[in-house]
Design a protein around this ligand. Sequence first.
Ligand SMILES: [Zn+2]
Length: 408
Amino acid sequence: MPLVDMHDMLNHAYRNHYAVGGFDLVSLDFLEAILAAAENCRAPVILSLVESHFDHYDFELAMAATEKAARRATVPVAIHYDHGATLDSAVRAINHGCNGVMVDASHESFPANVAHTRRVVEMAHACGVAVEGELGYVAGVEGEDAAKHPGEVEYTSVEEAKAFVQRTGVDCLAVSIGTVHGRLRGRPKLDIERLKRINEAVKIPLVIHGGTGLSDEQFHKLITSGVAKINYYTALADAAGERIRTNARADARCGYTGLVHGIQDAIRAEVERCLHLWGSAGRAAEVLVQCRAWQSVEHVIVYNVEGASDAQVEAMMARGRETLSRIPGVRRVFTGWAVQNSQKFRCCWLVQFAHEKVIESYRDHPDHTAFANQLFRPIAGDRISIDFAEVVRPLETMAANGRQRIHA
Ligand SMILES: [Zn+2]
């Protein structure tokens, strides 16, 4: 179960002065290694999937594995969609199981960034999903060297940060204070004073992209100045690459499994180092108790039809699957007939919502109301509709009734 509300997870870190790692995964080796490290350190963790990596893997397949692994974990996990370019990609991310999305419109003008981010926030919050915005420009592309993507680092301004957070309603803010994506040439100079002033002005968790290459002391200063999420990938990719080169040197003829042998250990060791350094190690239990679990809802309708042939009903079902599955927060649309003819109700919808909040936003969505009023309700007079929340707490935590909850 331990999928946890990402807003709650980040606010716990922010209030308790530590940072959660947002680690990008690009393969099952990364997924397993990151989670093994979090389990070993009893740390909350964010599994991050970055749009710029989708040339390397199939997002939908990776999400199935990521969600399965997160639900199997015993430490709190959030699944984050990093550097999403459009509103549609954020909807797709949520419908495939992400409970945090980042809007990267930082290359746009300030008003355009505000407008774009605000649209994503309205959609995502109606699904219970946390949103990370970005202001200022962190050079480079996630997972690639900044040197390949030149461009001046554009520092986040304190005044703009305050206005941006007020106008967009983002849950956390990625800031540019001197880090760059990918490998660095020389030691970065961080503008910690600026970071402190931004933190004072916005009072929400801050995010750093481009964590690779910073010193222990620099991380410490970032975290004590409001950083509660650190995006981290390049050092993990380097550790894996180094292991592959070592394997190749040891046996020039080795095949794929020989080449990747041991890379999970290499990645895990680097993640564990970060979890200790950033203070998230040992925090799993309190996060699980104090943060809301991330629960899906099953919207169940059983019904009978009047005045329509089976073929007409199936056409209506097909239209429903197509229309409804595109609504933000809808994970899956199942339509079916009762297997036994003797049942009281012959037809069924099972619509899985990402989160309880989707009950309302789905009900009021124009595509849903149009479909329901024009195609479904006229022929399905006899029906029962119930929303069921998934039971996700493991047995041992059920006893902790009256649990303190965070609704910051
Ligand atoms: Zn980034």
